[in-house]
Design a protein around this ligand. Structure first.
Ligand code: ATP
Length: 260
């Protein structure tokens, strides 16, 4: 049984079918790249897995459990963490505070227990602090831990988002365009970091990404979409040389050419 099973999902917006029956699976500890030209349906698929959209039909299973249409606030509890293309950080808070905010989303203590500062709450808070420190070190964010997040360059803010997603110990990390806006050196660092994250946290990663060389370098498998349909699913080598993929990237006018 795969960790994530996406089965024949269809997502429509009014008259537009953004995703037209897509299926694929992500195994435990696998890094899977989701690629495709502009408008292919990547983000919509991603938003469906993370509970932002509900599919019109089809099923999504995570660790054997049907999570189709579950709201996004439940996803952390299931073991799914995510980052956003345009960042969703608390800009005036420090790096450490932002990372800790991810732990609050997954804390088991309820509102009353927290208000009364019961021992379990204090234990959870201490654990979260220790884990935040570990993550800040791993993601090389120690030096800026007490700086407001808004003062950091974009590439560093992306790392903060990743640390925030990781603090809840996800089994699957969804990354929306992690290389977007990064310079060449930062993309190299990101490739190394993704491997390190997988090794350290024993998790699977699904990334939507336009940066083709990054996807091909880090992914164990790649799923390619075009016009809402899956056109290829295999190893980076298989997908890179797939005639449908080559046609989608080279033959689709301005939008497609930009994505290639
Ligand atoms: N909220 C929405 N309302 C209406 N149409 C939408 C909405 N979101 C996406 N679409 C349409 O669905 C299709 C797929 O869009 P989607 O953003 O998933 O593609 P994508 O592969 O992520 O593209 P990009 O790489 O440009 O981000 C496009 O035709 C898009 O215009």
């Amino acid at each position: 049984m795969a960790l994530l099973e996406v089965e024949d999902i269809v997502i429509r917006f009014g008259g537009v079918t953004a995703v037209a029956g897509v299926s694929f699976a992500v195994e435990d500890r696998q890094i899977c790249g989701l690629i495709g030209p502009n408008g292919a349906g990547k983000t919509t698929t991603f938003n469906c897995i993370s509970g932002i959209y509900r599919p019109n039909s089809g099923r999504i299973r995570f660790a054997g459990q049907d999570i189709t249409g579950e709201p996004r606030h439940r996803m952390t509890g299931y073991g799914i963490g995510r980052t956003f293309q345009n960042l969703a950080l608390f800009r005036s808070m420090t790096v450490r505070e932002n990372v800790l905010a991810g732990a609050h989303a997954s804390g088991r203590s309820g509102f009353i227990a927290s208000a009364l500062a019961l021992p379990q709450v204090r234990r959870e808070a201490a654990e979260a602090q220790a884990r935040a420190s570990e993550l800040l070190a791993l993601l090389d964010l120690n030096r800026v831990a007490d700086a407001p997040v808004a003062a950091l360059p974009f590439g560093w803010q992306k790392r903060v988002e990743m640390a925030r997603a990781l603090i809840s110990r996800p089994k699957l990390l969804l990354l929306d365009e992690p290389a977007g806006g990064l310079n060449h050196g930062e993309v190299d660092d990101l490739a190394a970091l993704l491997g390190e994250i997988r090794r350290n946290f024993n998790l699977a990663i699904l990334l939507v990404e336009h940066h083709m060389s990054l996807v091909m370098r880090v992914s164990d498998k790649v799923v390619a979409l075009d016009f809402g349909k899956k056109i290829a699913d295999g190893t980076p080598e298989q997908v890179r040389s797939d005639p449908e993929v080559i046609r989608a990237y080279l033959g689709g006018g301005d939008d497609h050419a930009r994505a290639a």
